[in-house]
Design a protein around this ligand. Structure first.
Ligand code: IPM
Ligand code: MG
Length: 359
């Protein structure tokens, strides 16, 4: 299979972690006879420093031309003083999501068996099983409503718009995902206060009844959901929620798995094309020190193989190699170990080769 992957390493630890994921993808290509072309493009503060724009036209064009996008992270203190609309997070990340139509953000969070002790939750809670998928609406809501500051600077408004078709399409993604998992969707909202949340409830219920009656559906207010996530995370299979709540709950979910350095994400638009990135940020405090955990990015590459290229066996192999490397004790600092970023990537590549020989 011949495919082009736009590679946007970005800022902070981005280049280090993306380099390891690219190594793993090259190992997959060699082992399974694929031809992956890596088109490296600048993004974020690094692109701003180079050409004065966090999302250069050429980078966006390269993403459009590619079969999938692998992204590291953007942002850092150096660019915090830029005007809001030009900062890496908004100009690069949010524009990429919107321009590429990536409305469905999948953030799987599970506790790996050998990392149970890394979870801050009590062992009996973890033993009940933590394996959930946050399905976050990614191109609407508060992030893309109007942001206004009054002329006198003394008040501000952020609008939270949602339309029925936006809710329907993300609900379909959640129900389809649940049907292939444990068959349960929890829709998280704030329907006791927000008009948009009431529209979400009605719409999600309607899509459920008409298209996925076999999937169990329940609704939780977001404050309760945040509490249940630490009290009884095993009750969740698929969490379906809006842009802002999904941002918050996915960070919380990541922490119960032991480290935010383990969580991958896929941002999809329904035709196979997608952007894949770890959910953690650019971690400027450890950038350049070689201690970052590359596993979230490597697991994002596995999602890329599965969702954009339809290479399920290869994706399974990468995920199994991550598990095998962890089982063998490969631990970066966030997991209480001493392994560096490159060594962790090498451990996954070695496990991939070992797994291949066993077949
Ligand atoms: C994420 C990040 C972004 C978001 C920021 C950097 C704009 O936190 O991908 O979760 O809020 O979506
Ligand atoms: Mg976030």
């Amino acid at each position: 299979m011949k495919k082009t992957i736009a590679v946007l390493a970005g800022d902070g630890i981005g280049p280090e972690i993306v380099a390891e994921a690219v190594k793993v993808l090259k190992a997959v290509a060699a082992a399974y006879g694929h031809d992956f072309i890596f088109d490296e493009q600048p993004v974020g503060g690094a692109a701003y420093d180079a050409v004065g724009d966090c999302l250069p036209d050429a980078t966006l064009a390269a993403c459009r031309a590619a079969d999938a996008v692998l992204l590291g992270a953007v942002g850092g203190p150096k660019w915090d003083a830029l005007p809001p609309a030009q900062r890496p997070e908004r100009r690069a990340l949010l524009t990429l999501r919107k321009e590429l139509g990536l409305f469905a953000n999948l953030r799987p969070a599970k506790v790996w068996p050998c990392l149970k002790d890394a979870s801050p939750l009590r062992r009996e809670i973890v033993d009940a099983g933590v394996d959930l998928l946050v399905v976050r609406e990614l191109t609407g809501g508060l992030y893309f409503g109007a942001h206004r500051r009054a002329a006198d600077g003394r008040s501000a408004v952020d609008e939270l718009p949602y339309a029925v078709d936006e809710i329907e399409r993300i609900a379909r993604v959640a129900f389809a995902a649940a049907a292939a998992r444990r068959g349960r969707v929890t829709c998280v909202d704030k329907a006791n206060v927000l008009a948009t949340s009431r529209l979400w409830r009605e719409t999600v219920q309607r899509v459920h009844d008409a298209e996925h009656p076999a999937v169990a559906l329940d609704f939780l207010y977001v404050d309760n959901a945040a509490m249940q996530l630490v009290r009884a995370p095993g009750r969740f299979d698929v969490i379906l929620t809006d842009n802002l709540f999904g941002d918050i709950l996915s960070d919380e979910a990541s922490q119960i798995t032991g480290s935010i350095g383990m969580l991958p994400s896929a941002s999809l638009r329904g035709d196979g094309f997608g952007l894949y990135e770890p959910i953690h940020g650019s971690a400027p405090d450890i950038a350049g020190t070689g201690v970052a955990n590359p596993l979230a990015t490597i697991l994002s590459a596995a999602l890329l193989l599965r969702h954009s290229f339809g290479l399920a066996a290869e994706a399974d192999a990468v995920e199994a190699a991550v598990g095998a490397a962890l089982d063998a004790g490969a631990r970066t600092a966030d997991l209480g170990g001493r392994l560096g970023c490159a060594a962790a990537g090498a451990a996954v590549c070695a496990a991939l080769h070992a797994g291949r020989r066993e077949i």
